[in-house]
Design a protein around this ligand. Sequence first.
Ligand code: CLF
Ligand code: SF4
Length: 517
Amino acid sequence: MTSPRLREWTMHAKVIPIFSGDSAAHQGCGAKSDAGQSSCGSSAGQGDLPPAVWEKVKNHPCYSEEAHHHYARMHVAVAPACNIQCNYCNRKYDCSNESRPGVVSEKLTPETAAKKVLAVASAIPQMTVVGIAGPGDSLANPAKTFRTFDLIMKEAPDIKLCLSTNGLALPDHVQAIQDVNVDHVTITINMVDPEVGQKIYPWIFYRKKRWKGKDAAKILTERQLEGLEMLTAKGILVKVNSVMIPGVNDEHLAAVNQAVKSRGAFLHNIMPLISEAEHGTCYGLNGQRGPSAQELKALQDRCEGEMNMMRHCRQCRADAVGLLGEDRSAEFTTEKIQAMDVQYDRETRQAYQEYVEQERQDKVAAKETELAAFAGESDDTKVLAAVATKGSGRINAHFGHAAEFQVYELSAAGAKFVGHRRVDHYCLGGYGEEEALETVIKAIDDCAAVFVAKIGLCPRKDLEAAGIEVADQYAHAYIEQSLIAWFKEYLERVRRGEVQPGSRGSGQIRQGAYVAA
Ligand code: CLF
Ligand code: SF4
């Protein structure tokens, strides 16, 4: 018999697919698809992944771009200490290797963290992964990290465990990682050459001694690569994060990509340096700039031929909760958790996830059907489109409530996810803010169209005046299916001479788009 809770969840999912706590306030990838896109971004199917690997990635929102529309993750901030210094980090804030710089998370004991996991898992049935990503380095705090994983493994064995580290202490803990069933590890590797490394790391603390300069960078790179090899030898999936620092390691990251690929890394996530002076980091204070969106995409494209690239990272907080791109951490503060009546019901969670999987398969089938009409199409037009979504792969967010837009590149090959743009909410307290609207338009002004569930008259006019078509006719429909249908009709308009191809959204992300977002 269906439990009342499951009925409530699935009913809710039908009305507001998959949910988000408050829509106004919160707003992997191993194989290639037929269209040549990474399978993480284009398919809910196994592709040519071995079954054991598919099991590990199919509902991991970071290791599978496609899964991130449907499944949520959470981080528990149990690891405050760090054993190295990165020039893009100010230790007043969370680790920037797996978090947005300038954020401070609420630190937890392992026991409180385990209770929080059960509370979140009970409230968010598609939360499938728990990660430890700071606020310092997870393996510079091994007792707290492994105690937390041990508690979660015993109480909620259906949840995947994930860990992020700078890699210095990694080789000492590979066996412990395997013993607590962690099968996803992220290592931040910014260089494989100590010449480059000494410009990123002023010091490390290793074997009870502080090391500096090239010596420090040499030890760090050797330990990172050794740890990577040890993990992959045990069948543990490894994602490598690299922070792209123009003029320091941008040219070098292709060599990093080669080095980690040859050692069996599963996925490479090249993230932009964010260096605001107010964060007080060495780079921020020295005026070291981050890359533009164009530079980032160019490097990701260059490396993609070699290995699958992650493009949907949100550089989330060390206490993040929810789908990538939404932040529900405020609903699960320690105070609120202590007052919660937590009922961890694994069977109901499982049933809900089966429901999600069914919808996911429907979504993929709908996309494939739509795409079939493009068979034999030789037109090489490409445009960008922005989508307002709250998750579940549907166009289900109001323009004014969107905290980010997902950007897809549309071509005869289909709809390929190429990134996201953060924006200020346009609608605050029910009123549109002109200044915020300008920021939103600037963030998506290289897109030919914006897809929304709903939009007011004023922003519609301003978007159209800026040359961005508003598509609200696909409200609550699946994203990729809708984008492909719209693009087919767009090509017909081009052929009739009603639209100038390339006038907007010609597939080129403009300079500075990321920074504006
Ligand atoms: Fe967390 Fe990282 Fe695991 Fe994901 S995040 S520990 S692999 S569960 Fe994901 Fe967040 Fe990017 Fe990290 S979007 S910052 S890649
Ligand atoms: Fe900061 Fe993370 Fe680097 Fe440590 S590893 S210095 S916490 S960015």
